[in-house]
Write a protein that binds this ligand. Structure first.
Ligand SMILES: Nc1nc2c(c(=O)[nH]1)N[C@H]1C(S)=C(S)[C@@H](COP(=O)(O)OP(=O)(O)OC[C@H]3O[C@@H](n4cnc5c(=O)[nH]c(N)nc54)[C@H](O)[C@@H]3O)O[C@H]1N2
Ligand SMILES: Nc1nc2c(c(=O)[nH]1)N[C@H]1C(S)=C(S)[C@@H](COP(=O)(O)OP(=O)(O)OC[C@H]3O[C@@H](n4cnc5c(=O)[nH]c(N)nc54)[C@H](O)[C@@H]3O)O[C@H]1N2
Ligand SMILES: [Mo]
Length: 757
């Protein structure tokens, strides 16, 4: 059962991650999307050198791929895109927008692929088909009327390097740096913190480091659901004796144990590999304290005469060690235990593994980045690694696990609201124009601009902005007042159903599909979490004859909006994406030299990383230790009845795309309206399993926020922490509740209260 049910089932899942459960889940999904045979054939091309780069997560694609180099969720993503279902013209003439707006996220996307350009028709409250040429002419005419600073050009991290480069250029030629992307809700905390502390905005590890590390520390990343192919290197590492230690408020199955579905012996014997040897259920927001405890232990062991700190590395490459060491010594274990919710002995046990390991990788995800003090979380990871020289040598490094398949790459080729991160002088010369130099809007600022009506138009290249952002109930009425909304999309989602005054939905080809242009079939490219760049070619489809590629749509909007510029050959670019890659190589020669020649390098070609070579391009020219001003990342005080809500992804969704209602690893079937709560908190609140409750926002801004109809489910969670699914829970998140500096919404510690129905 993957559908919603009035009698949901809550039975704890006993199986490992991977294994037969994952094969069964794939077997369930494929028939539902139709096209079983076709999708099956395409899956064998997934993440292969001459195939296509998976549209799900951004994890590295090895040079020596498995015969089936895809995971359960990658298979779901491919099937989702290659579905035989169509949301065609007849579908849209048959339903008003008011009607569709009442549908669930699941039901909307289940209608299948969009097939025709649509314009909102207010009189009939319907999206109605229009010719492409009309759509572009009208959008261009509208865009010419705005102050460029009042227009937002959003992109979700899936679009290729080629599309993203063109899109960034379109916005800048138009006069706007308003280029927020999904990274603003995700790993922007990483980009800010790592850049300040080690001089690069990305992780320093590569896939082969997993063959040389002897300990891995996992903070707030749910590998089994969100980057399952990473389970393979983890399993191999454990088999060689590498020790894995995890800190996570929830016991996530993929971090406990894994059966390799590609391994016939393991499958038939039901063998499994234990992943984490220590699993610590830290309180949400408690990681600064945990990491401070581990650093304190290491520094004090060194003080006592054990050779723990790499003093040579620290002296040569680091800045600020003495101040940090003093702060660690001065932090009391009482304070660390209170903020982390963990006993000192647990943190010491983890620290002991750290100080005895020769090469350590620290992996993290949204559990660290999505807090008010997320920057300090990431900075503490850097502090821990620097103590023993665990950056810039084999088997060691920092490994943020990125989300969308090209979210890191978009930043590399100019999707950024921060002008200082983009080679504007270079673009000015290459294209003969004066790019805007003032900072653009990030996602949170774009939301604020929509709320105060200073933003007048929104162009979205993929994604589901209005559903993914905080404060969705406040955002929707403000959104409806936008003058213009344009969505480039593959499927219908909730964001499309709150039209602005003038509103378009433009359907595009997906990456798994064949993309034929004037010079023949085209390839695109993406950058993975380990900074390797891969070519990608689709072979099937496209879903419908009237679809355009993303580069073609971006170029057509540009040509309809901007004065002609002979230096920007939009038409040539669309005819031959290799020319876009040449342009990218000209703008970014350090990363993309010989781009076309290297496009299909097995395992991708490496962009390079100065920190990996121990060149730290920071203010001091060295890697920077930093002293956090707090131990609790939540950014609000505890109070009676106030909980920390963790918003969660199920194993059956990709962000706002809900594949089904079966969160297998957490044992939840048939519903997403769940409140996960620990046994002691449940008893203290006088609640029983199956009770219906509401969550009430408890932020200091005092605005009313509520989410009704949640079913209480007892789950192993630390005291004071609750769990509920994203995006349903986004109504409870204030726009103003975000990471300081990076502006990433603080989705892992949302202050709430429980109200009985
Ligand atoms: N199948 C699938 N794959 C995906 C996605 C998807 O939705 N579905 N989304 C993609 C995207 S865009 C992204 S960004 C990534 C997201 O992948 P992850 O980074 O794994 O993000 P989440 O699932 O939101 O949460 C991560 C974990 O953080 C833990 N956590 C919560 N609060 C804390 C805390 O305070 N401290 C610690 N230590 N842990 C905490 C949660 O229990 C959870 O296990 O995955 C990508 N891949
Ligand atoms: N509460 C809470 N909120 C969160 C998070 C959280 O953990 N908790 N996570 C945040 C994170 S990490 C992220 S990345 C954001 C995600 O935010 P987004 O990236 O904006 O959202 P998605 O759900 O990935 O977007 C799904 C839509 O993308 C479109 N799409 C799919 N494939 C293609 C394609 O090939 N081309 C085009 N043009 N469109 C396509 C489809 O129409 C689909 O409906 O959400 C953030 N919001
Ligand atoms: Mo993300």
């Amino acid at each position: 059962m993957t559908d919603r049910s009035d009698t949901p089932d809550f039975t704890p899942y006993a199986g490992p991650a991977g294994g037969w459960g994952s094969l069964r889940s794939v077997a369930e999904i494929l028939p539902r999307e139709g096209n079983v045979v076709a999708v099956g054939r395409e899956l064998l091309r997934q993440n292969k050198t001459d195939g296509f780069a998976c549209v799900s997560c951004a994890w590295a694609k090895p040079a020596n791929a498995h015969p089936a180099e895809f995971c359960e969720n990658g298979a779901k993503a491919t099937a989702w895109e290659l579905t035989s279902r169509r949301a065609d013209a007849a579908f849209f003439t048959g339903h008003t927008v008011a009607d569709l707006a009442r549908w669930s996220d699941y039901d909307l996307e289940q209608q299948g692929r969009l097939t025709t350009p649509l314009r909102y028709h207010p009189a009939s409250d319907r999206y109605l088909p229009i010719p492409w040429a009309t759509a572009f002419a009208e959008i261009g005419a509208e865009l010419k009327t705005f102050d460029p600073k009042s227009v937002v050009f959003y992109t979700s991290g899936r679009a290729s390097l080629e599309t993203s480069y063109m899109y960034g250029l379109l916005a800048r030629l138009y006069g706007s740096n308003n280029l927020p992307d999904s990274s603003n809700m995700c790993h922007e905390t990483t980009s800010v913190a790592l850049k300040q502390r080690i001089g690069v905005p990305v992780g320093t590890t590569k896939l082969d480091d997993f063959e040389h590390c002897d300990a891995i520390f996992f903070f707030g990343q749910n590998v089994g659901s969100n980057a399952p192919r990473l389970l393979h290197p983890l399993r191999s590492a454990v088999k060689r004796g590498c020790r894995i230690i995890t800190f996570n408020p929830l016991v996530e199955r993929g971090l406990e144990r894994f059966t390799d579905p590609q391994n016939p012996i393991e499958m038939t014997t039901r063998g499994e590999t234990r992943i984490s040897e220590q699993y610590h259920q830290v309180r949400a927001g408690g990681d600064i304290a945990v990491l401070m405890g581990m650093c304190k232990y290491a520094i004090e062991a060194d003080d006592a005469g054990r050779a723990v700190i790499d003093h040579g590395f620290v002296a040569e490459h680091c800045h600020g060690y003495d101040a940090f060491a003093a702060a660690a010594r001065a932090t009391t274990w009482d304070a660390i235990e209170a903020a982390s919710g963990l006993p000192r002995t647990d943190i010491e046990a983890a620290a002991e593994v750290y100080v005895t390991a020769k090469a350590v990788i620290a992996i993290y995800g949204m559990g660290l980045t999505q807090h008010v003090h997320g920057i300090e979380n990431v900075e503490m990871i850097v502090n821990l690694l620097l103590l023993r020289g665990n950056i810039g040598r084999p088997g060691a490094g920092v490994c943020p696990v990125r989300g969308h398949s090209n979210v890191q790459g978009q930043r590399t080729v100019g999707i950024s609201e921060k002008p200082e991160l983009v080679p504007l002088d270079k673009l000015a010369k290459q294209y003969g124009f004066e790019p805007p130099r003032t900072k653009g809007l990030n996602t949170v600022e774009a939301c604020e601009g929509i709320l105060d009506a200073s933003v007048r138009a929104f162009v979205g290249l993929g994604g589901n902005f209005l559903r993914a952002v905080p404060d969705t109930a406040r955002m929707e009425p403000a959104w409806a007042k936008l003058r213009l909304t344009v969505h480039v999309a593959t499927k219908l989602n909730r964001g499309h159903l709150v039209p602005g005054e003038v509103s378009y939905v433009l359907p595009c080809i997906g990456r798994t599909e064949k993309d034929v242009q004037a010079t023949g079939a085209q390839a695109v490219s993406v950058e993975d979490s380990t900074s390797c760049i891969h070519g990608s070619v689709g072979e099937r489809g496209p879903a419908y004859g009237d679809l355009l590629s993303e580069p073609a749509i971006v170029a057509a909007i540009a040509q309809a909006t901007l004065p002609p510029n002979p230096k920007v050959p939009w038409t040539d670019w669309v005819g031959n994406y290799a020319k876009v890659r040449d342009a990218i190589a000209e703008t970014y020669p350090d990363f993309f030299k010989d781009f076309n020649a290297r496009l299909f390098t097995p395992g991708g070609f490496y962009k390079g990383n100065r920190a990996r070579d121990r060149h730290f391009d920071t203010a001091s020219g060295k890697a920077e230790f930093s002293v956090p001003a707090m131990l609790d990342a939540a950014g609000f005080d505890d109070a009676a009845g106030r909980y920390r809500l963790i918003t969660l992804r199920s194993n059956d969704q990709f962000n706002t795309t809900v594949y089904g209602y079966h969160d297998r690893f957490r044992g939840v079937k048939g519903t997403r309206d769940v409140l996960f709560i620990g046994r002691d908190d449940m008893a203290a609140a006088g609640l029983a399993e199956g009770d219906t409750v509401s969550l009430i926002g408890d932020h200091h801004d005092g605005r009313p926020r509520r989410l009704d109809g949640l079913r209480v489910h007892q789950y192993a969670l630390p005291r004071g922490c609750l769990g509920a699914y994203y995006p349903e829970a986004n109504v409870l998140m204030p726009v103003g509740h975000h990471a300081e500096q990076s502006f990433v919404p603080a989705a892992k510690t949302v202050p709430v209260r429980i109200e009985r129905a």
